[in-house]
Ligand binder design. Sequence first.
Ligand code: PLP
Length: 453
Amino acid sequence: MDQFDTRAIQHLDSAHYLHPFTDFKDLRGRGARVIVRGEGIYIWDSEGNKILDAMSGLWCVNAGYGRTRIADAVYRQMQTLPFYNSFFNTTNVPAVQLATRLSQLAPPGFERVFFTGSGSEANDTNLRIVRRYWDLMGYTGRHVVISRHNAYHGSTVAAASLGGMAGMHAQGGLPIPGIEHIVQPNWYESGQGLSEEEFGLQAAQALETKIREIGADKVAAFIAEPIQGAGGVIIPPSTYWPEIQRICRKYDILLIADEVISGFGRLGAWFGSTALGIEPDLITFAKGVTSGYVPMGGVLVGQRVGEVLVEQGGEFAHGFTYSGHPVACAAALENLAIMEEEKLPAQVANDTGPYLKERFAQLQDHPLVGYANSFGFVAGLNLVQAKGRTPHDNRSFAPARQVGMTCRAHMFNNGVVMRAVGDRMIVAPPLIMTKADIDEMLARIRQSLDDTL
Ligand code: PLP
């Protein structure tokens, strides 16, 4: 028997709860799906439907649902010390342990970490850090940060400005001054007439053009996700990152890798920067650090910036009540221990990631799929009305959003969560998925594509 009164919950939900990124009126009629439980790679709704969560919640439940070890660690910490801040020369043991552990897991040279409560706060922190760095170096005019169109860096005013989502910028007069955007490396959308490698170089060189336009003496940093996530899993051509790195070095621009999605095993290494050969100065993290069990984010600070902040900085006038929250840190420590014991990053790199790549690419034979690609445990496909000789000859659906939403609804009905970004359907499964789980996910996706036809 239904344990939950779904209609009553939906009624209260639409009356009182303003959901993020939602047209509130939409929930009045059909109501939100009420998710009540999770175990492994599955979630259950209030009507008893079992659904394969191919999005890991919101790209975060890397270690899967139902980890009682994390729950126990949180419970123990709550009983011992539920909260104490690390302002005013105090600290707490889980925060120290987690900062130490993260510095061991991070790429070489990342010895220091600033904790926040979310990825958005972490990117706000980045903006403060890079401007502070250049001020301390004596270059007080170096405050501009360059980002990319369609990037997602969070939802606070600064993070949404750093992001490049047109829909967000249109509300409330964003971006704030001092933030500029360049093209994203989306070969499928913009690379007509060019090989992926040629296009990758061209997209990266837009950074050099922008730096020259602004003046290198005014640019503090470039921020980017190693692989754009919320923008539609945009996997850059192999030539892109080396060229970005070259340009940052040439103009002495700090590089911020936003690893809120790509960190903690998703791309087959503890950090996506390692998987893609990027050498950033700062790394944003959140989501997978606790597998989403408790909110947490932060910035890993590399040696170049860390030395200056610590040795020359004096007080850094920035921080959050929940920076280094002991319960969140305890959850993260247990989560990282699980991921390490189960060797999840290596499993994605060597075993399940390559299998997902092979199986996902097979979707390309479906009449609705114009382009399918993946890296580690992120993947995406473009729904097309008609396929052409090359991906650039495909005929797209218009409006794109409508077909994506229809396909997404079929996915739900077939018991799999896939996210729609316009006409691009994306997945970011829990890293615990086995090959059999991948087969099951692909079968459900294929059935949903058939249903969308
Ligand atoms: N950066 C990236 C790359 C993200 O994907 C997200 C969230 O999806 C954020 C930052 C913001 O993180 P949060 O939602 O924890 O503020």
